[in-house]
Design a protein around this ligand. Structure first.
Ligand code: 6GU
Length: 291
C-alpha cells in the first residue's frame, strides 16, 4: 500500500541569512532528526557567489520605484550549489507570498522528495527571469507578508520533516495529529485533576478506551465545526465523515446547546461562565439561544 520512501532527505536553504537555519537545526524533533541523519540541512549564502567588489546580492528595480530586487546571477550560482548538496534532482522551491498556499497535503508530498532547495528571498523580490528559469514551484505560508522567506522556509522544513520516516516516534505519530484526517485536534489534559476550578472530563479518567476514543473524536469534530467550519465543508472530508461522525457532531451540538441553556437558567451572574465554556467560537448554538 505504501511506496517505499527515501530514508533521509537533504534540504538546502538559499539565504543571505544562513545562520537563521540554526533555529530548526538544533532544536527538538528536528534537531534529533538532523543528529540521527534522517534529515540533512545546509545553508547556502548567495553572497558567497558574488564577484563584484561590494558582494552585492541586490540592485535597483528597472522601471524605478522603492526597494531593491535580488540579482539573478548570485542566486543561480547559489541554487546550483544547493542542488549539488541536496542532489541534482532536488526540487527548487521559492518562498513568497505570491506562491500557492502551503498546507498539510503539500507537506506530505514534499516529504517524499529526495532533496529540496528552498530559496528564501529578501527585499522587494527576486528577478523574474531567475524564477522562470531556475524555480520549480512557489509556495506561500499564509496571507501576510514576512520580511524574508527564511521563516517560511523553516515552517516548510518543520512541517514536512514530521512526515519523514522515523522522525517522530510512534508515540507521537503524525497520523494522530491535527489535520491527519482534516480535523482539528481534541483537547488534552494532564495532572492535576482539578485546575483553575475546572475538572478533567470524567470520561478521560474512566479507563474505558472505547468511550475515550469516542469522546476525542466528538471533540475533534465539534471543535472543527466551531472554529474551522471550512475544513468540514471540504469535499474530501464530506466523503471521509462516517455516519458515526455525523452522529457525534449532532451529539456535540446538542451538548453545547444544553450548556448554554443551563447557563442562562443560572442567571446573569453566570453569563461570564457561559461565555467562557462556550469557548472562542463564533457561530455555535450559544448565540442563537442568547438572542
Ligand atoms: Cl513564503 N515569504 C514571505 N516573505 N512572506 C510570506 C510568505 C513567504 N508566506 C506568507 N508570507
Amino acid at each position: 500500500m505504501h511506496e517505499p520512501r527515501p530514508s533521509n532527505m537533504h534540504i538546502a536553504m538559499v539565504s543571505v541569512f544562513p545562520e537563521t537555519l540554526a533555529v530548526v537545526r538544533d532544536v527538538g524533533v528536528m534537531g534529533r532528526a538532523v543528529r540521527d541523519g534522517r534529515l540533512k540541512l545546509s545553508a547556502v549564502n548567495p553572497r558567497d557567489f558574488t564577484v563584484d567588489r561590494h558582494r552585492s546580492v541586490d540592485d535597483r528595480p528597472y522601471g524605478g520605484g522603492p526597494g531593491m530586487v535580488m540579482r539573478p546571477e548570485p542566486l543561480a550560482a547559489a541554487i546550483e550549489e544547493g542542488k549539488r548538496l541536496a542532489g541534482e534532482g532536488a526540487r527548487v522551491v521559492y518562498l513568497t507570498p505570491q506562491g500557492r498556499r502551503f498546507d498539510d497535503r503539500r507537506a506530505r508530498e514534499l516529504a517524499r522528495e529526495p532533496g529540496l532547495v528552498l530559496l528564501a528571498g529578501r527585499y522587494e523580490g527576486v528577478d523574474e527571469r531567475l524564477l522562470d528559469s531556475q524555480v520549480d514551484e512557489e509556495l506561500s505560508i499564509g496571507d501576510y507578508v514576512l520580511s524574508g522567506g527564511e521563516l517560511a522556509a523553516m515552517v516548510v522544513i518543520d512541517a514536512l520533516a514530521r512526515f519523514l520516516p522515523g522522525v517522530l516516534g510512534h508515540e507521537d505519530s503524525a497520523e494522530e495529529d491535527s489535520f491527519a484526517d482534516g480535523l482539528l485536534d481534541c483537547p488534552h489534559y494532564t495532572r492535576p485533576e482539578v485546575y483553575a476550578d475546572r475538572s478533567v472530563p470524567q470520561v478521560l479518567l474512566s479507563g474505558d478506551h472505547a468511550a475515550i476514543a469516542r469522546w476525542r473524536r466528538k471533540q475533534a469534530l465539534g471543535r472543527t465545526l466551531e472554529r474551522r467550519p471550512d475544513l468540514l465543508e471540504r469535499r474530501e472530508n464530506e466523503r471521509v465523515l462516517t455516519a458515526d461522525d455525523k452522529g457525534l457532531l449532532e451529539e456535540y451540538r446538542r451538548e453545547r446547546l444544553e450548556v448554554s441553556r443551563r447557563a442562562i437558567e443560572d442567571g446573569v451572574a453566570n453569563r461570564e461562565e457561559a461565555t467562557r465554556t462556550e469557548g472562542r467560537s463564533r457561530d455555535d448554538g450559544a448565540s442563537e439561544v442568547l438572542e
